[in-house]
Design a binder for this molecule. Sequence first.
Ligand code: KG4
Ligand code: ZN
Length: 349
Amino acid sequence: MNVLGVESSCDETGVAWVAAHGDEPPRLLAQALHSQAAMHRDFGGVVPELASRDHIRRVLPLVRQVVADVGQTLHDLDAIAYTRGPGLAGALLVGAACASGLAAALQRPVYGVHHLEGHLLSPFLSHDPPQFPFVALLVSGGHTQLMRVDEVGRYTLLGESIDDAAGEAFDKSAKVLGLPYPGGPALSRLADFGDDTVFKLPRPLLHSGDLEFSFAGLKTAVATQARKLGPNVCEQDRAHLAAATQAAIVEVLVHKSLAALAATGLSRLVVAGGVSANSRLREQLDARCAARRVRVHYPELALCGDNGAMIALAAAMRLQRGIATPTHGYAFDVAPRWPLDQLAPAAAG
Ligand code: KG4
Ligand code: ZN
């Protein structure tokens, strides 16, 4: 079975080809990605209209590139998958239109995939794939969630952010520190030169006793500290503040992940979404989980951010289990707001 995946929910256009034979683990044969980060940088964040237009420009050349890299033809595809949501409506429509058009022309089924299901399953394409059941820490630009995952499509929300997501906290704090969009990776690089004990920042909801997160106050604390340092802050203090910010976010993520493992009695953790690329988060989780004999699984670094591979993979894993439902009549079906725990097990989109 050959599945083409198209991702266009935010500022990355991603296309990938995944092959799955019988019940063997799906394999990624090729993927192509275009990041719009440079285009949005001048605006300090994603401009939805520009994002949609750029997806239109990029998506078909990326499809051609992936098909050429695999060395097969579009007719060798058995199914087309696209990100149905959540995401920016106009951006999602580009992927939906491209996938539905291709599927209609090829007379193949088309599947609308949940973006977070894609992230959550992305470690199945890594060199160390997980086994069900596990706790998933989903940390992206728009979501911070802890999920209990029993099988593909069986997701129970354990806790989530009541305001900003972890990625958003990285991005907004980075902006305060004068770093370019997207701020997460830039803040993390700057933090390498800082001492995380110089500035004290809050750990919101650390001891709340539940699995909820809140990062809005942290961003305010970073802004207050930056204001105290003034406009002529030296490079070293900026690095110290970046390190303190990263340490605060990571400590909360690690603490709540361990609490979720204890509450569920599970001994496997999957970390996915853009922030799962963060090296401090990985170090701390690896160390704390090893002490508790918990296995931690991550996506390959190249698949932490948004990409087409995770979308093709999610559709392929559902197809292998007979729980994928094609979109009827090639409708351009998108769902900009779509909670993952409301995803019916029997529906791919
Ligand atoms: O999953 P993703 O690519 O897009 C969404 O679905 O939102 O996540 C993007 C988020 C951004 O907030 C970005 O700053 C953050 O992931 N991010 C990082 C790192 N790499 C990406 N945050 C911290 N450290 C990183 N190395
Ligand atoms: Zn994402």
